[in-house]
Design a protein around this ligand. Structure first.
Ligand SMILES: Cc1cc2nc3c(=O)[nH]c(=O)nc-3n(C[C@H](O)[C@H](O)[C@H](O)COP(=O)(O)OP(=O)(O)OC[C@H]3O[C@@H](n4cnc5c(N)ncnc54)[C@H](O)[C@@H]3O)c2cc1C
Length: 436
């Protein structure tokens, strides 16, 4: 073994700063490779944005949806002893609206199922159904790639109105948390490609049946044990590497882009500037309570409008959590954050559009102003490699995905591979970007 190989083989002392899904993913990958890790998390619990908020029973910090194509997230859950089938309800992709069956994918290979589901859509005229299949065929023929400058609204400009209203707009805002006129068509197509081409079940919806913290953060807390420092905000990073004065061979910054930009401002100003420049999109989750009520399916799509903020509603009773609790999701919520009155508008929308056994009341409102980065065309996302021995992990790191759990988990794994591939402070041999 030569000197380089010796260095690569030795146990590295690695700091992981931030314990969201990206940090957990990086920590588990590094620990499994035999490295000595310490996770610094400023909050009193792991999980970051995908966490539960204390309550009886717990509320989630926003409704989360996974899809069958999230293979790395599912693998990480299994690695930590979580059975995805026990904590997630798997449903074939369907977008029912109140009183309308909507698009429903039958079982089978996703592409065939998509074609059959579109043809069987009773609410769209035949021309609209064929128009969508024709456009989808064109995207497929071009390998689901397009000009980076294109928005989703531009990409879909030729699609029939009902298809844009009932499928493209809600899917875009759900997956990218950015409204179609401002959303990156390239990232949107990548999400479609993964949902339709990652094998059977890749387009399935996986809805949490248990509080979010039970999916990953809770099990990770036990698994990490003494390697985890909760309530430990990292204040300063010095080259070499020192985390608040403590020496490490390498560091994975798995904190938010804002914190990563702050910590690297003096070390890697160009990288820090790119991270600092990212814009954000809010998500508002309005929990309503209505005793004895149930939705016709665990998830319903809703038509967003000037006085109708929510795009989706989830029935937590049907999902096995809290009966009578309904989570209304307002993605791309910047106009509602500015305007105010979102919860009252959701309550009015819910009363107008759904049938209730008892009048619904506002239970809890959670506003995440920086829920995700704004996934706009041509956006510059910072790469995973910041400096030799210093890597970034997080849903915002350069890669093909929007801000999602899967993007975070893959970024964490990539950063860990980067650390191991470079030894400690050596030249980069790992993947500098969040590759698929
Ligand atoms: C309301 C809402 C709904 C969403 N819905 C979905 C969905 O349906 N499907 C989906 O896939 N994704 C969804 N997302 C996105 C998903 O939650 C994120 O993409 C993912 O959780 C990001 O993980 P992360 O580890 O990159 O970042 P984070 O979760 O932000 O983790 C960063 C961590 O670093 C910690 N930290 C920050 N600074 C420091 C410091 N200086 N020292 C120590 N620790 C620090 C923070 O406390 C935090 O725990 C949603 C997000 C929100 C907010």
């Amino acid at each position: 073994m030569d000197r380089d190989e010796n260095q690569l083989a030795r146990t590295l002392k690695v700091a992981v700063v931030g314990g969201g899904w990206a940090g957990i993913s990086a920590a588990v990958t590094l620990a499994d490779a035999g490295h000595d890790i310490t996770v610094f998390e400023m909050a009193p619990q792991l999980g970051g944005r995908a966490r539960s908020v204390a309550g009886t029973p717990d509320y989630d910090n926003g409704q989360h949806i996974l899809i069958g194509a999230y293979r790395d997230s599912l693998a990480l859950m299994r690695r930590l002893g979580v059975d995805p089938a026990a904590v997630l309800k798997r449903l074939p992709l369907a977008l029912p609206y109140p009183g309308e069956p909507g698009l429903r994918l039958p079982p089978g290979p996703p592409l065939v199922a998509f074609t059959r589901g579109v043809l069987a859509h009773g609410g769209w005229p035949l021309g609209a159904r064929l128009g969508l299949l024709l456009a989808a065929g064109g995207w497929l023929a071009r390998g689901f790639r397009c000009d980076a400058a294109l928005s989703v609204a531009q990409l879909c400009a030729g699609l029939p109105g009902p298809v844009k209203r009932d499928l493209i707009d809600p899917l875009c805002v759900a997956a990218l948390n950015t409204p179609a006129p401002q959303a990156s068509a390239r990232v949107f197509l990548r999400v479609l490609k993964d949902a339709l081409f990652s094998g059977a079940g890749s387009a399935d919806l996986l809805l949490p049946r248990r509080p979010l913290s039970e999916l990953l953060a809770g099990p990770a807390t036990g698994w990490l044990g003494e390697r985890l420092r909760l309530g430990a905000r990292v204040h300063a990073l010095e080259p070499g590497w020192r985390v608040d004065g403590e020496a490490f061979d390498a560091v994975v910054l798995a904190c938010t882009s804002v914190e990563a930009a702050r910590l690297t401002a003096g070390i890697a100003p160009a990288w820090s500037g790119t991270a600092q420049a990212l814009g954000f999109e809010p998500i508002i989750t309005v929990y309503l309570h209505s005793r004895g009520s149930a939705l016709p399916s665990p998830m319903l799509a809703l038509r967003e409008g000037a006085d109708s903020p929510a795009q989706f509603v989830f029935d937590h009773g049907a999902l096995g959590g809290a009966p009578g609790r309904f989570a209304f999701v307002v993605s791309g919520a910047a106009p509602w954050v500015a305007r105010g009155g979102c919860a009252e508008a959701v309550l009015a929308q819910a009363t107008r559009e759904l049938r209730w056994a008892t009048p619904p009341v506002i239970d809890k409102v959670l506003t995440e102003k920086r829920a995700t980065f704004a996934c706009t065309p041509g956006i510059a996302r910072p790469p995973a490699l910041i400096a030799p021995g210093l890597w970034a992990a997080g849903d915002y790191v350069d890669g093909p995905y929007p801000a999602t759990l899967e993007g975070a988990v893959r970024a964490g794994r990539n950063a860990a591979h980067g650390v191991v591939g470079t030894g400690a402070n050596g030249a980069a041999r790992g993947s500098p970007t969040n590759t698929p």
